[in-house]
Design a protein around this ligand. Structure first.
Ligand code: AMP
Length: 612
Protein backbone atom coordinates (compact mmCIF):
# COMPACT_ATOMS: atom_id res chain seq x y z
CA UNK A 1 0.00 0.00 0.00
CA UNK A 2 1.46 3.46 -0.81
CA UNK A 3 2.74 5.09 2.30
CA UNK A 4 0.74 8.02 3.58
CA UNK A 5 2.55 11.34 3.78
CA UNK A 6 4.00 11.68 7.28
CA UNK A 7 2.21 14.07 9.57
CA UNK A 8 5.19 15.28 11.54
CA UNK A 9 4.87 16.80 14.96
CA UNK A 10 8.00 18.90 14.28
CA UNK A 11 8.27 21.76 11.82
CA UNK A 12 8.81 20.20 8.40
CA UNK A 13 12.30 20.54 7.12
CA UNK A 14 11.43 20.39 3.46
CA UNK A 15 9.70 23.01 1.42
CA UNK A 16 5.97 23.38 1.26
CA UNK A 17 6.05 22.72 -2.44
CA UNK A 18 7.76 19.42 -1.93
CA UNK A 19 5.33 18.47 0.81
CA UNK A 20 2.38 19.30 -1.45
CA UNK A 21 3.90 17.26 -4.24
CA UNK A 22 4.30 14.27 -1.94
CA UNK A 23 0.69 14.52 -0.81
CA UNK A 24 -0.61 14.75 -4.37
CA UNK A 25 1.54 11.78 -5.30
CA UNK A 26 -0.03 9.83 -2.44
CA UNK A 27 -3.48 10.60 -3.85
CA UNK A 28 -2.27 9.52 -7.29
CA UNK A 29 -0.93 6.26 -5.90
CA UNK A 30 -3.91 5.20 -3.80
CA UNK A 31 -6.40 6.11 -6.49
CA UNK A 32 -4.39 4.25 -9.13
CA UNK A 33 -4.51 1.09 -7.09
CA UNK A 34 -7.93 1.47 -5.49
CA UNK A 35 -8.85 -2.19 -5.61
CA UNK A 36 -5.56 -3.52 -4.25
CA UNK A 37 -5.57 -0.91 -1.50
CA UNK A 38 -9.12 -1.88 -0.56
CA UNK A 39 -8.22 -5.56 -0.46
CA UNK A 40 -5.30 -4.77 1.79
CA UNK A 41 -7.38 -2.55 4.07
CA UNK A 42 -10.00 -5.26 4.56
CA UNK A 43 -7.28 -7.84 5.17
CA UNK A 44 -5.69 -5.63 7.83
CA UNK A 45 -8.99 -4.93 9.57
CA UNK A 46 -9.97 -8.59 9.65
CA UNK A 47 -6.55 -9.85 10.68
CA UNK A 48 -6.30 -7.38 13.50
CA UNK A 49 -9.81 -8.15 14.73
CA UNK A 50 -9.87 -11.89 14.02
CA UNK A 51 -10.69 -12.72 17.62
CA UNK A 52 -13.30 -10.13 18.39
CA UNK A 53 -16.60 -11.50 19.61
CA UNK A 54 -18.71 -10.06 16.80
CA UNK A 55 -16.72 -11.68 13.98
CA UNK A 56 -16.40 -14.96 15.89
CA UNK A 57 -20.12 -15.17 16.61
CA UNK A 58 -20.82 -14.82 12.90
CA UNK A 59 -18.29 -17.60 12.20
CA UNK A 60 -15.70 -15.73 10.19
CA UNK A 61 -13.07 -17.83 12.00
CA UNK A 62 -10.10 -15.63 11.29
CA UNK A 63 -10.59 -15.52 7.52
CA UNK A 64 -9.43 -12.27 5.97
CA UNK A 65 -10.39 -12.64 2.32
CA UNK A 66 -13.08 -10.58 0.68
CA UNK A 67 -15.15 -13.51 -0.54
CA UNK A 68 -15.55 -15.18 2.85
CA UNK A 69 -16.23 -11.80 4.44
CA UNK A 70 -18.99 -11.02 1.95
CA UNK A 71 -20.49 -14.50 2.21
CA UNK A 72 -20.53 -14.69 5.97
CA UNK A 73 -20.97 -11.22 7.40
CA UNK A 74 -24.37 -9.55 7.25
CA UNK A 75 -24.97 -6.01 6.05
CA UNK A 76 -26.24 -4.16 9.10
CA UNK A 77 -27.69 -0.95 10.50
CA UNK A 78 -27.05 0.65 13.87
CA UNK A 79 -29.90 -1.20 15.56
CA UNK A 80 -28.13 -4.52 14.82
CA UNK A 81 -25.09 -3.57 16.85
CA UNK A 82 -26.83 -1.42 19.43
CA UNK A 83 -26.76 -4.17 22.11
CA UNK A 84 -22.99 -4.49 21.64
CA UNK A 85 -22.58 -0.72 21.76
CA UNK A 86 -24.58 -0.58 24.98
CA UNK A 87 -22.36 -3.21 26.59
CA UNK A 88 -19.30 -1.14 25.72
CA UNK A 89 -21.00 2.01 26.99
CA UNK A 90 -21.77 0.21 30.25
CA UNK A 91 -18.14 -0.68 30.81
CA UNK A 92 -17.51 -4.06 29.16
CA UNK A 93 -13.92 -3.74 27.96
CA UNK A 94 -13.64 -7.17 26.33
CA UNK A 95 -12.97 -7.15 22.56
CA UNK A 96 -16.58 -7.07 21.42
CA UNK A 97 -16.34 -5.22 18.12
CA UNK A 98 -12.69 -4.25 17.96
CA UNK A 99 -9.46 -5.72 19.30
CA UNK A 100 -8.04 -2.30 20.16
CA UNK A 101 -9.40 -0.45 23.21
CA UNK A 102 -12.37 1.80 22.50
CA UNK A 103 -11.07 5.27 23.33
CA UNK A 104 -14.40 7.12 23.22
CA UNK A 105 -17.78 7.25 21.52
CA UNK A 106 -18.50 9.63 18.69
CA UNK A 107 -22.09 10.84 18.85
CA UNK A 108 -23.54 10.96 15.38
CA UNK A 109 -26.16 13.44 14.27
CA UNK A 110 -28.01 10.42 12.93
CA UNK A 111 -30.33 9.15 15.65
CA UNK A 112 -31.87 5.91 16.77
CA UNK A 113 -34.91 5.97 19.04
CA UNK A 114 -34.58 9.75 19.27
CA UNK A 115 -31.01 9.58 20.63
CA UNK A 116 -27.71 10.20 18.86
CA UNK A 117 -26.10 7.00 17.59
CA UNK A 118 -22.91 6.09 19.43
CA UNK A 119 -19.97 5.16 17.24
CA UNK A 120 -17.13 3.43 19.03
CA UNK A 121 -13.74 4.72 17.99
CA UNK A 122 -10.09 3.94 18.68
CA UNK A 123 -7.10 6.20 19.23
CA UNK A 124 -5.48 5.48 15.86
CA UNK A 125 -8.53 6.74 13.96
CA UNK A 126 -7.48 10.28 14.92
CA UNK A 127 -4.41 9.73 12.75
CA UNK A 128 -6.58 8.67 9.84
CA UNK A 129 -8.78 11.76 10.25
CA UNK A 130 -5.70 13.99 10.40
CA UNK A 131 -4.42 12.36 7.26
CA UNK A 132 -7.59 13.23 5.36
CA UNK A 133 -7.37 16.83 6.59
CA UNK A 134 -3.75 16.98 5.45
CA UNK A 135 -4.82 16.27 1.86
CA UNK A 136 -7.11 19.28 1.57
CA UNK A 137 -4.72 22.19 1.25
CA UNK A 138 -2.24 20.58 -1.16
CA UNK A 139 -5.25 19.88 -3.41
CA UNK A 140 -6.56 23.41 -3.00
CA UNK A 141 -3.15 24.97 -3.69
CA UNK A 142 -3.19 23.55 -7.19
CA UNK A 143 -6.10 25.87 -7.97
CA UNK A 144 -5.51 28.85 -5.68
CA UNK A 145 -1.83 29.75 -5.23
CA UNK A 146 -0.45 31.70 -2.33
CA UNK A 147 -2.73 30.36 0.39
CA UNK A 148 0.32 29.92 2.58
CA UNK A 149 0.78 33.70 2.65
CA UNK A 150 -2.16 34.41 4.93
CA UNK A 151 -4.72 32.96 7.28
CA UNK A 152 -8.00 31.10 7.31
CA UNK A 153 -10.92 32.55 9.26
CA UNK A 154 -12.87 29.50 10.27
CA UNK A 155 -15.68 29.49 12.81
CA UNK A 156 -15.12 26.22 14.63
CA UNK A 157 -16.93 25.11 17.76
CA UNK A 158 -16.99 22.31 20.27
CA UNK A 159 -20.20 20.83 21.61
CA UNK A 160 -21.07 19.43 25.00
CA UNK A 161 -19.94 15.97 25.92
CA UNK A 162 -21.26 13.30 28.25
CA UNK A 163 -19.83 10.25 29.98
CA UNK A 164 -21.27 6.79 29.52
CA UNK A 165 -22.07 4.69 32.62
CA UNK A 166 -18.85 2.77 31.90
CA UNK A 167 -16.83 5.99 31.92
CA UNK A 168 -16.18 6.60 28.23
CA UNK A 169 -16.52 10.09 26.84
CA UNK A 170 -19.28 10.54 24.23
CA UNK A 171 -19.05 13.60 21.98
CA UNK A 172 -19.32 14.67 18.34
CA UNK A 173 -16.40 13.79 16.10
CA UNK A 174 -15.32 17.39 15.55
CA UNK A 175 -15.30 18.11 19.27
CA UNK A 176 -13.11 15.04 19.68
CA UNK A 177 -10.80 16.23 16.90
CA UNK A 178 -10.45 19.85 18.06
CA UNK A 179 -9.71 18.69 21.60
CA UNK A 180 -7.07 16.20 20.43
CA UNK A 181 -3.36 16.91 20.28
CA UNK A 182 -3.56 16.49 16.50
CA UNK A 183 -5.39 19.81 16.40
CA UNK A 184 -4.38 21.58 19.61
CA UNK A 185 -0.65 20.93 19.34
CA UNK A 186 -0.39 21.06 15.57
CA UNK A 187 3.02 22.32 14.51
CA UNK A 188 3.19 25.63 12.71
CA UNK A 189 1.93 25.11 9.21
CA UNK A 190 0.87 27.95 6.92
CA UNK A 191 -2.16 25.88 5.94
CA UNK A 192 -3.51 25.47 9.45
CA UNK A 193 -2.82 29.04 10.45
CA UNK A 194 -6.20 30.29 11.61
CA UNK A 195 -7.37 33.66 12.89
CA UNK A 196 -9.10 31.95 15.84
CA UNK A 197 -6.74 31.06 18.70
CA UNK A 198 -7.31 27.51 20.01
CA UNK A 199 -8.69 28.88 23.29
CA UNK A 200 -11.56 30.58 21.46
CA UNK A 201 -12.45 27.42 19.56
CA UNK A 202 -12.20 25.20 22.61
CA UNK A 203 -14.37 27.30 24.90
CA UNK A 204 -17.75 25.57 25.36
CA UNK A 205 -19.96 28.66 25.67
CA UNK A 206 -21.16 29.32 22.14
CA UNK A 207 -21.62 33.09 22.60
CA UNK A 208 -18.15 33.68 24.02
CA UNK A 209 -16.60 31.38 21.45
CA UNK A 210 -18.32 33.06 18.51
CA UNK A 211 -17.70 36.58 19.80
CA UNK A 212 -14.01 36.04 20.37
CA UNK A 213 -13.51 34.24 17.05
CA UNK A 214 -15.29 37.04 15.19
CA UNK A 215 -13.27 39.70 16.97
CA UNK A 216 -9.99 37.97 16.12
CA UNK A 217 -11.14 37.53 12.51
CA UNK A 218 -11.94 41.26 12.22
CA UNK A 219 -8.64 42.33 13.79
CA UNK A 220 -6.69 40.25 11.27
CA UNK A 221 -8.99 41.08 8.36
CA UNK A 222 -6.28 41.87 5.83
CA UNK A 223 -4.49 38.58 6.45
CA UNK A 224 -7.57 36.48 5.79
CA UNK A 225 -7.38 34.58 2.49
CA UNK A 226 -10.23 32.12 3.04
CA UNK A 227 -13.22 31.98 5.32
CA UNK A 228 -15.46 29.14 6.37
CA UNK A 229 -17.13 26.84 8.82
CA UNK A 230 -18.00 23.19 8.61
CA UNK A 231 -21.53 23.53 7.28
CA UNK A 232 -23.01 26.45 5.35
CA UNK A 233 -25.59 26.95 8.11
CA UNK A 234 -22.80 27.61 10.64
CA UNK A 235 -21.12 30.23 8.50
CA UNK A 236 -24.38 32.08 7.91
CA UNK A 237 -24.98 32.04 11.65
CA UNK A 238 -21.62 33.76 12.10
CA UNK A 239 -22.60 36.54 9.66
CA UNK A 240 -25.90 36.93 11.47
CA UNK A 241 -23.99 37.19 14.74
CA UNK A 242 -21.91 40.00 13.25
CA UNK A 243 -25.10 41.77 12.18
CA UNK A 244 -26.29 41.70 15.76
CA UNK A 245 -23.04 42.47 17.58
CA UNK A 246 -20.89 44.63 15.30
CA UNK A 247 -21.29 47.71 17.49
CA UNK A 248 -19.82 45.99 20.53
CA UNK A 249 -17.12 44.40 18.39
CA UNK A 250 -16.19 47.81 16.92
CA UNK A 251 -16.08 49.31 20.38
CA UNK A 252 -13.59 46.64 21.45
CA UNK A 253 -11.42 47.33 18.40
CA UNK A 254 -11.59 51.08 18.93
CA UNK A 255 -10.57 50.91 22.58
CA UNK A 256 -8.41 47.80 22.50
CA UNK A 257 -10.38 46.35 25.40
CA UNK A 258 -12.46 43.19 25.44
CA UNK A 259 -16.17 43.26 26.26
CA UNK A 260 -16.90 42.15 29.83
CA UNK A 261 -19.28 39.46 28.62
CA UNK A 262 -16.19 37.47 27.68
CA UNK A 263 -15.46 36.17 31.12
CA UNK A 264 -13.11 33.25 30.57
CA UNK A 265 -9.56 34.17 31.47
CA UNK A 266 -7.84 31.93 28.91
CA UNK A 267 -10.06 33.24 26.12
CA UNK A 268 -9.43 36.82 27.23
CA UNK A 269 -5.67 36.32 27.29
CA UNK A 270 -5.65 34.71 23.85
CA UNK A 271 -7.76 37.50 22.35
CA UNK A 272 -5.71 40.24 24.01
CA UNK A 273 -2.62 38.99 22.17
CA UNK A 274 -4.38 39.96 18.94
CA UNK A 275 -6.59 42.91 19.90
CA UNK A 276 -4.93 46.34 19.70
CA UNK A 277 -6.69 49.74 19.72
CA UNK A 278 -7.31 50.60 16.09
CA UNK A 279 -9.62 53.52 15.39
CA UNK A 280 -9.26 53.28 11.63
CA UNK A 281 -10.27 49.66 11.55
CA UNK A 282 -13.21 50.31 13.88
CA UNK A 283 -14.40 53.21 11.65
CA UNK A 284 -14.05 51.05 8.57
CA UNK A 285 -16.07 48.15 10.02
CA UNK A 286 -18.68 50.53 11.38
CA UNK A 287 -19.06 52.21 7.99
CA UNK A 288 -19.54 48.88 6.21
CA UNK A 289 -21.83 47.33 8.81
CA UNK A 290 -24.12 50.31 9.11
CA UNK A 291 -24.90 50.27 5.37
CA UNK A 292 -28.43 49.14 4.62
CA UNK A 293 -27.39 46.36 2.30
CA UNK A 294 -25.08 43.64 3.46
CA UNK A 295 -24.58 42.30 -0.02
CA UNK A 296 -20.93 41.31 -0.40
CA UNK A 297 -20.12 42.03 3.25
CA UNK A 298 -17.54 39.24 3.28
CA UNK A 299 -15.53 40.68 0.42
CA UNK A 300 -15.75 44.12 2.00
CA UNK A 301 -14.65 43.26 5.52
CA UNK A 302 -12.16 40.60 4.46
CA UNK A 303 -11.00 42.02 1.13
CA UNK A 304 -8.38 39.37 0.34
CA UNK A 305 -10.75 36.41 0.67
CA UNK A 306 -10.45 34.02 -2.25
CA UNK A 307 -13.18 31.54 -1.38
CA UNK A 308 -15.73 30.41 1.20
CA UNK A 309 -14.97 26.95 2.56
CA UNK A 310 -18.24 25.35 3.70
CA UNK A 311 -20.23 22.24 2.88
CA UNK A 312 -23.04 23.20 0.52
CA UNK A 313 -23.80 19.73 -0.79
CA UNK A 314 -26.83 17.70 0.30
CA UNK A 315 -29.40 19.62 2.33
CA UNK A 316 -26.90 22.46 2.80
CA UNK A 317 -27.48 23.48 -0.83
CA UNK A 318 -30.51 25.41 0.47
CA UNK A 319 -28.06 28.03 1.78
CA UNK A 320 -26.26 28.73 -1.51
CA UNK A 321 -28.26 31.85 -2.45
CA UNK A 322 -27.66 33.44 0.97
CA UNK A 323 -23.94 32.69 0.80
CA UNK A 324 -23.75 34.08 -2.73
CA UNK A 325 -25.38 37.26 -1.48
CA UNK A 326 -23.02 37.81 1.43
CA UNK A 327 -19.93 36.85 -0.55
CA UNK A 328 -20.77 38.49 -3.89
CA UNK A 329 -20.45 35.14 -5.57
CA UNK A 330 -17.02 34.07 -4.28
CA UNK A 331 -16.36 30.38 -5.00
CA UNK A 332 -18.12 28.14 -2.49
CA UNK A 333 -15.75 25.29 -1.82
CA UNK A 334 -16.73 21.88 -0.45
CA UNK A 335 -13.51 20.18 0.46
CA UNK A 336 -14.44 16.92 2.15
CA UNK A 337 -17.03 14.29 2.97
CA UNK A 338 -16.88 12.69 6.39
CA UNK A 339 -18.93 11.26 9.23
CA UNK A 340 -18.67 9.97 12.78
CA UNK A 341 -18.37 6.45 11.42
CA UNK A 342 -15.46 7.25 9.15
CA UNK A 343 -13.87 10.09 7.18
CA UNK A 344 -14.54 9.22 3.56
CA UNK A 345 -12.99 11.44 0.95
CA UNK A 346 -12.03 14.73 -0.62
CA UNK A 347 -13.08 16.94 -3.49
CA UNK A 348 -10.23 16.94 -6.01
CA UNK A 349 -11.74 19.74 -8.06
CA UNK A 350 -12.65 22.20 -5.30
CA UNK A 351 -13.42 25.21 -7.50
CA UNK A 352 -16.18 23.42 -9.38
CA UNK A 353 -19.79 24.57 -9.06
CA UNK A 354 -21.60 23.33 -5.92
CA UNK A 355 -23.97 21.29 -8.08
CA UNK A 356 -21.02 19.46 -9.59
CA UNK A 357 -19.11 18.64 -6.43
CA UNK A 358 -17.91 15.08 -6.25
CA UNK A 359 -15.91 13.41 -3.53
CA UNK A 360 -13.17 10.87 -4.21
CA UNK A 361 -13.31 8.25 -1.48
CA UNK A 362 -9.80 7.60 -0.21
CA UNK A 363 -9.30 3.84 -0.43
CA UNK A 364 -7.06 3.81 2.66
CA UNK A 365 -9.69 5.13 5.05
CA UNK A 366 -11.88 2.02 5.36
CA UNK A 367 -13.25 -0.81 3.28
CA UNK A 368 -16.14 0.50 1.19
CA UNK A 369 -19.04 -1.35 -0.41
CA UNK A 370 -22.00 -0.03 -2.34
CA UNK A 371 -25.61 -1.09 -2.28
CA UNK A 372 -27.44 -0.17 -5.50
CA UNK A 373 -30.57 1.94 -4.92
CA UNK A 374 -33.57 2.37 -7.18
CA UNK A 375 -35.18 5.68 -7.91
CA UNK A 376 -38.96 5.66 -8.15
CA UNK A 377 -39.90 7.91 -10.99
CA UNK A 378 -42.65 10.40 -10.66
CA UNK A 379 -42.99 13.75 -9.01
CA UNK A 380 -41.65 12.71 -5.64
CA UNK A 381 -38.60 11.11 -7.25
CA UNK A 382 -38.25 9.17 -4.03
CA UNK A 383 -35.44 6.78 -3.40
CA UNK A 384 -36.14 3.27 -2.26
CA UNK A 385 -33.65 1.34 -0.24
CA UNK A 386 -34.75 -1.83 1.54
CA UNK A 387 -34.59 -1.60 5.34
CA UNK A 388 -33.29 -5.10 5.84
CA UNK A 389 -31.54 -7.01 3.10
CA UNK A 390 -32.22 -10.58 2.05
CA UNK A 391 -29.40 -12.86 1.02
CA UNK A 392 -29.67 -11.94 -2.63
CA UNK A 393 -29.57 -8.22 -1.88
CA UNK A 394 -26.53 -8.75 0.35
CA UNK A 395 -24.80 -10.27 -2.68
CA UNK A 396 -25.60 -7.21 -4.77
CA UNK A 397 -23.14 -4.99 -2.93
CA UNK A 398 -20.28 -3.94 -5.15
CA UNK A 399 -16.72 -2.94 -4.38
CA UNK A 400 -15.25 0.54 -4.72
CA UNK A 401 -13.53 -0.24 -7.99
CA UNK A 402 -16.65 -1.86 -9.49
CA UNK A 403 -19.26 0.88 -9.20
CA UNK A 404 -20.88 2.05 -12.42
CA UNK A 405 -20.92 5.60 -13.74
CA UNK A 406 -24.30 7.27 -13.17
CA UNK A 407 -25.59 4.61 -10.76
CA UNK A 408 -26.77 5.52 -7.25
CA UNK A 409 -25.64 3.55 -4.21
CA UNK A 410 -26.00 3.52 -0.48
CA UNK A 411 -22.60 3.62 1.19
CA UNK A 412 -21.62 0.64 3.39
CA UNK A 413 -18.39 0.72 5.45
CA UNK A 414 -16.12 -1.62 7.31
CA UNK A 415 -13.85 0.40 9.57
CA UNK A 416 -10.72 -0.11 11.62
CA UNK A 417 -12.74 0.69 14.74
CA UNK A 418 -15.33 -2.08 14.74
CA UNK A 419 -18.06 -1.48 12.15
CA UNK A 420 -18.50 -4.32 9.68
CA UNK A 421 -20.63 -3.85 6.56
CA UNK A 422 -22.38 -0.96 8.24
CA UNK A 423 -24.95 1.06 6.28
CA UNK A 424 -24.07 4.72 6.69
CA UNK A 425 -27.41 5.88 5.29
CA UNK A 426 -26.02 8.22 2.62
CA UNK A 427 -26.99 7.87 -1.03
CA UNK A 428 -24.23 8.71 -3.52
CA UNK A 429 -24.07 8.81 -7.31
CA UNK A 430 -20.98 7.93 -9.35
CA UNK A 431 -19.95 11.09 -11.18
CA UNK A 432 -16.60 9.99 -12.59
CA UNK A 433 -13.29 8.43 -11.71
CA UNK A 434 -9.91 9.59 -10.49
CA UNK A 435 -7.66 6.86 -11.90
CA UNK A 436 -9.46 3.71 -10.68
CA UNK A 437 -11.16 5.36 -7.71
CA UNK A 438 -14.74 6.54 -8.17
CA UNK A 439 -15.90 10.08 -7.44
CA UNK A 440 -19.34 10.53 -5.96
CA UNK A 441 -21.96 13.24 -5.91
CA UNK A 442 -23.65 13.35 -2.52
CA UNK A 443 -27.34 12.81 -3.28
CA UNK A 444 -29.08 12.68 0.08
CA UNK A 445 -29.34 11.05 3.40
CA UNK A 446 -31.89 8.23 3.33
CA UNK A 447 -35.34 9.07 4.69
CA UNK A 448 -34.47 12.51 6.00
CA UNK A 449 -37.27 14.97 5.33
CA UNK A 450 -36.26 18.01 7.37
CA UNK A 451 -32.86 19.50 8.10
CA UNK A 452 -31.73 22.98 9.13
CA UNK A 453 -28.29 22.45 10.62
CA UNK A 454 -26.97 19.06 11.72
CA UNK A 455 -30.47 17.84 12.67
CA UNK A 456 -31.93 15.07 10.54
CA UNK A 457 -35.64 14.43 10.97
CA UNK A 458 -37.19 11.48 9.19
CA UNK A 459 -40.77 10.92 8.17
CA UNK A 460 -41.56 8.51 11.00
CA UNK A 461 -40.28 10.89 13.67
CA UNK A 462 -42.29 13.71 12.15
CA UNK A 463 -45.41 11.56 11.99
CA UNK A 464 -45.08 10.57 15.68
CA UNK A 465 -44.44 14.12 16.75
CA UNK A 466 -47.54 15.34 14.88
CA UNK A 467 -49.58 12.50 16.37
CA UNK A 468 -48.60 13.61 19.87
CA UNK A 469 -49.42 17.23 19.11
CA UNK A 470 -52.91 16.70 17.71
CA UNK A 471 -54.05 15.42 21.11
CA UNK A 472 -54.32 19.08 22.06
CA UNK A 473 -57.08 19.48 19.47
CA UNK A 474 -59.32 16.72 20.88
CA UNK A 475 -61.24 18.94 23.35
CA UNK A 476 -62.24 21.14 20.41
CA UNK A 477 -63.57 18.29 18.32
CA UNK A 478 -61.02 19.13 15.65
CA UNK A 479 -58.88 16.68 13.72
CA UNK A 480 -55.93 17.04 11.42
CA UNK A 481 -57.08 16.28 7.89
CA UNK A 482 -53.67 16.58 6.21
CA UNK A 483 -50.24 17.99 6.86
CA UNK A 484 -46.90 18.58 5.30
CA UNK A 485 -43.70 20.32 6.34
CA UNK A 486 -41.01 22.64 5.04
CA UNK A 487 -37.51 23.61 6.22
CA UNK A 488 -37.67 27.40 6.08
CA UNK A 489 -34.17 28.81 5.76
CA UNK A 490 -35.24 32.31 4.81
CA UNK A 491 -35.12 33.07 8.53
CA UNK A 492 -31.75 32.91 10.32
CA UNK A 493 -31.57 30.51 12.03
CA UNK A 494 -33.90 28.46 9.87
CA UNK A 495 -36.93 26.71 11.35
CA UNK A 496 -39.39 23.91 10.66
CA UNK A 497 -42.79 24.90 9.30
CA UNK A 498 -45.76 22.55 9.42
CA UNK A 499 -48.77 23.19 7.23
CA UNK A 500 -51.95 21.88 8.84
CA UNK A 501 -55.36 21.51 7.28
CA UNK A 502 -57.98 20.92 9.96
CA UNK A 503 -61.45 19.48 9.94
CA UNK A 504 -63.48 21.31 12.49
CA UNK A 505 -66.58 19.71 13.90
CA UNK A 506 -66.90 21.67 17.13
CA UNK A 507 -68.07 25.24 17.44
CA UNK A 508 -65.66 26.47 20.10
CA UNK A 509 -62.84 28.41 18.47
CA UNK A 510 -59.38 27.01 19.12
CA UNK A 511 -57.33 29.58 21.06
CA UNK A 512 -53.81 30.43 19.78
CA UNK A 513 -52.27 28.98 22.97
CA UNK A 514 -53.50 25.53 21.92
CA UNK A 515 -51.65 25.73 18.61
CA UNK A 516 -48.59 27.01 20.45
CA UNK A 517 -48.82 23.96 22.69
CA UNK A 518 -48.98 21.84 19.54
CA UNK A 519 -45.75 23.49 18.29
CA UNK A 520 -43.99 22.78 21.56
CA UNK A 521 -45.25 19.19 21.74
CA UNK A 522 -43.84 18.53 18.27
CA UNK A 523 -40.50 19.97 19.34
CA UNK A 524 -40.49 17.92 22.56
CA UNK A 525 -41.17 14.81 20.47
CA UNK A 526 -38.33 15.36 17.98
CA UNK A 527 -34.91 13.77 18.41
CA UNK A 528 -32.17 15.03 20.69
CA UNK A 529 -30.09 16.53 17.86
CA UNK A 530 -33.02 18.77 16.92
CA UNK A 531 -33.60 19.76 20.55
CA UNK A 532 -29.89 20.42 21.09
CA UNK A 533 -29.94 22.69 18.03
CA UNK A 534 -32.86 24.61 19.55
CA UNK A 535 -31.63 24.81 23.12
CA UNK A 536 -27.89 24.75 23.17
CA UNK A 537 -26.55 25.74 19.76
CA UNK A 538 -29.45 28.05 18.88
CA UNK A 539 -28.96 26.87 15.33
CA UNK A 540 -32.67 26.18 14.80
CA UNK A 541 -35.47 28.69 15.34
CA UNK A 542 -38.88 28.03 16.98
CA UNK A 543 -41.12 25.61 15.09
CA UNK A 544 -44.08 27.14 13.28
CA UNK A 545 -47.51 25.75 12.45
CA UNK A 546 -49.39 27.41 9.61
CA UNK A 547 -53.08 26.60 9.40
CA UNK A 548 -54.22 26.45 5.78
CA UNK A 549 -57.70 26.89 4.29
CA UNK A 550 -59.86 23.80 3.83
CA UNK A 551 -59.23 22.28 0.40
CA UNK A 552 -55.59 23.33 0.24
CA UNK A 553 -54.28 19.76 0.10
CA UNK A 554 -56.69 18.96 -2.75
CA UNK A 555 -55.14 21.88 -4.60
CA UNK A 556 -51.72 20.47 -3.81
CA UNK A 557 -52.73 17.12 -5.29
CA UNK A 558 -54.15 18.79 -8.40
CA UNK A 559 -50.90 20.62 -8.83
CA UNK A 560 -48.78 17.46 -8.41
CA UNK A 561 -50.98 15.64 -10.93
CA UNK A 562 -50.64 18.50 -13.38
CA UNK A 563 -46.90 17.95 -13.09
CA UNK A 564 -47.25 14.29 -13.96
CA UNK A 565 -47.93 12.48 -10.66
CA UNK A 566 -50.13 9.41 -10.98
CA UNK A 567 -53.62 9.88 -9.48
CA UNK A 568 -53.69 6.30 -8.21
CA UNK A 569 -50.37 6.48 -6.51
CA UNK A 570 -50.53 10.03 -5.22
CA UNK A 571 -49.63 10.40 -1.57
CA UNK A 572 -49.38 13.71 0.24
CA UNK A 573 -45.67 14.48 0.52
CA UNK A 574 -44.75 14.87 4.19
CA UNK A 575 -42.18 17.47 3.27
CA UNK A 576 -42.12 19.97 0.44
CA UNK A 577 -39.20 21.78 -1.15
CA UNK A 578 -40.40 22.80 -4.59
CA UNK A 579 -40.84 26.61 -4.49
CA UNK A 580 -44.23 26.79 -6.34
CA UNK A 581 -45.70 24.26 -3.88
CA UNK A 582 -44.42 26.22 -0.89
CA UNK A 583 -45.93 29.35 -2.44
CA UNK A 584 -49.24 27.60 -2.95
CA UNK A 585 -49.30 26.55 0.71
CA UNK A 586 -48.27 29.98 1.97
CA UNK A 587 -50.91 31.69 -0.12
CA UNK A 588 -53.56 29.60 1.60
CA UNK A 589 -52.29 30.04 5.15
CA UNK A 590 -54.88 31.69 7.40
CA UNK A 591 -52.92 31.83 10.65
CA UNK A 592 -49.50 31.03 12.01
CA UNK A 593 -48.22 30.01 15.46
CA UNK A 594 -44.75 29.55 16.93
CA UNK A 595 -43.38 27.44 19.70
CA UNK A 596 -43.44 29.72 22.75
CA UNK A 597 -40.29 28.31 24.35
CA UNK A 598 -37.46 25.85 23.86
CA UNK A 599 -38.08 22.13 24.28
CA UNK A 600 -36.15 20.24 26.95
CA UNK A 601 -32.70 18.96 26.19
CA UNK A 602 -29.92 17.48 28.35
CA UNK A 603 -26.56 16.10 27.26
CA UNK A 604 -26.16 12.35 27.29
CA UNK A 605 -28.62 9.59 26.63
CA UNK A 606 -32.06 8.75 28.01
CA UNK A 607 -30.90 5.32 29.10
CA UNK A 608 -27.96 6.73 31.07
CA UNK A 609 -30.32 7.84 33.77
CA UNK A 610 -29.95 11.56 33.18
CA UNK A 611 -32.99 13.69 32.75
CA UNK A 612 -33.05 13.65 28.96
P1 AMP B 1 -22.28 12.86 11.60
O1 AMP B 1 -22.57 11.42 11.67
O2 AMP B 1 -23.05 13.66 12.56
O3 AMP B 1 -20.83 13.07 11.68
O4 AMP B 1 -22.75 13.36 10.17
C1 AMP B 1 -22.23 12.76 9.02
C2 AMP B 1 -23.20 12.95 7.90
O5 AMP B 1 -23.20 14.33 7.47
C3 AMP B 1 -22.83 12.16 6.67
O6 AMP B 1 -23.19 10.82 6.77
C4 AMP B 1 -23.60 12.93 5.62
O7 AMP B 1 -24.96 12.58 5.64
C5 AMP B 1 -23.44 14.38 6.08
N1 AMP B 1 -22.26 14.96 5.40
C6 AMP B 1 -20.98 14.95 5.79
N2 AMP B 1 -20.19 15.53 4.88
C7 AMP B 1 -21.00 15.93 3.87
C8 AMP B 1 -20.80 16.58 2.64
N3 AMP B 1 -19.60 16.99 2.25
N4 AMP B 1 -21.88 16.81 1.85
C9 AMP B 1 -23.11 16.43 2.25
N5 AMP B 1 -23.37 15.82 3.40
C10 AMP B 1 -22.33 15.56 4.21
Amino acid sequence: MPEAPKITQKAPDYSLELKNKKTLQFIEDVTSNADEVQKKVLGEILACNAHVEYLQTHGLNGRTDRESFKNIMPVITYEDIQPHVERIANGDTSPILCSKPISEFLTSSGTSGGERKLMPTIEEELGRRSLLYSLLMPVMSQFVPGLDKGKGMYFLFIKSEATTPGGLVARPVLTSYYKSNHFKDRPYDPYTNYTSPNETILFPDSYQSMYSQMLCGLCQHKEVLRVGAVFASGFIRAIKFLEKHWRTLCNDIRTGTLDSQITDQSVREAVMKILKPDTRLADFIEAECSKRSWQGIITKLWPNTKYVDVIVTGTMSQYIPTLDYYSNGLPLVCTMYASSECYFGVNLNPLCKPSEVSYTLMPTMAYFEFLPVQRNNGVTNSISVPKTLNEKEQQELVDLADVKLGQEYELVVTTYSGLYRYRVGDVLRVAGFKNTAPQFNFICRKNVVLCIDSDKTDEVELQNAVKNAVNHLLPFDATLAEYTSYADTTTIPGHYVLYWELSLNGTTPIPPSVFEDCCLTIEESLNSVYRQGRVCDKSIGPLEIKIVEPGTFDKLMDYAISLGASINQYKTPRCVKFAPIVELLNSRAVSSYFSPKCPKWFPGHKQWGNKN
